[in-house]
Write a protein that binds this ligand. Structure first.
Ligand code: HEC
Ligand code: HEC
Length: 162
């Protein structure tokens, strides 16, 4: 009986790990109406897909038609969502793969401190703009210097090397 309990616990732990790994791809699938998912998991539910799309739109400060071909506006908006005709949709796929790679291959390898590393999302860079704003860090306070590109500012001492 004891051994059974132990085996059960091991399976439970293994199961939890598996569930954690698959959090983005739950087993249930009700999105059989989607036919052109090349980056997102085809196991995504309808609600998850729409929530993801709203997230993209909000992160870029835009709406569905920025990436999707609109086929009607009256009496209500209609879209050809599977169509890849708009270049923005293809760029978005590249961006999605970039974000997945950054999080999976780099951010996830950082040491966990406090709440652990943040993850990079579309909003990290886009912040409500279709093309991220250019931003140059201001010169340190009290100094009047040309922007770094024109005349490099004095470099602070390098961090101690391991
Ligand atoms: C920044 C670009 C972008 C925006 C904005 C966007 N989408 Fe998408 N959408 C995509 C990309 C890219 C895919 C394909 C994903 C893939 O290949 O895995 C997609 C796929 C879809 C699909 C699945 C189509 C199919 O059958 O394959 C639906 C439905 C959809 N989007 C709805 C929406 C809705 C609704 C909105 C507005 C709330 C929206 N999208 C906003 C980029 C976008
Ligand atoms: C590391 C920063 C970064 C992240 C994260 C990022 N982007 Fe971008 N994105 C850019 C930059 C920079 C450009 C402009 C590229 C250029 O100048 O051609 C861009 C351009 C785009 C464009 C084309 C520009 C336009 O007019 O629409 C789309 C669409 C886009 N990103 C979607 C996304 C989506 C969706 C995500 C999240 C899955 C995302 N981006 C995440 C940096 C980022």
């Amino acid at each position: 009986m004891r051994r059974f309990a132990l085996v059960a616990i091991i399976f439970l732990i293994a199961g939890c790990t598996a569930i954690r790994q698959q959090k983005s791809m739950p087993a249930k699938s009700d999105n059989l109406e989607f036919h052109n998912l090349q980056v997102l998991s085809p196991n995504m539910t309808h609600d998850e897909l729409i929530a993801t799309m709203r997230g993209y739109a909000r992160s870029l400060g835009t709406r569905c038609e920025h990436c999707h071909v609109q086929t009607a506006t009256e009496p209500r908006e209609k879209f050809d969502f599977p169509s890849d005709a708009k270049p923005e949709k293809k760029i978005a796929r590249t961006m999605m793969q970039m974000v997945q790679a950054v999080n999976a291959n780099y951010i996830s390898t950082l040491p966990k401190e406090g709440e652990g590393p943040q993850t990079v999302s579309c909003a990290t860079c886009h912040r409500g703009h279709t093309v991220p704003e250019k931003w140059t860090p201001p010169a340190p306070e009290g100094r009047r210097e040309a922007p770094p590109a024109a005349q490099p500012a004095p470099v602070p001492p390098p961090p101690p090397q391991p």
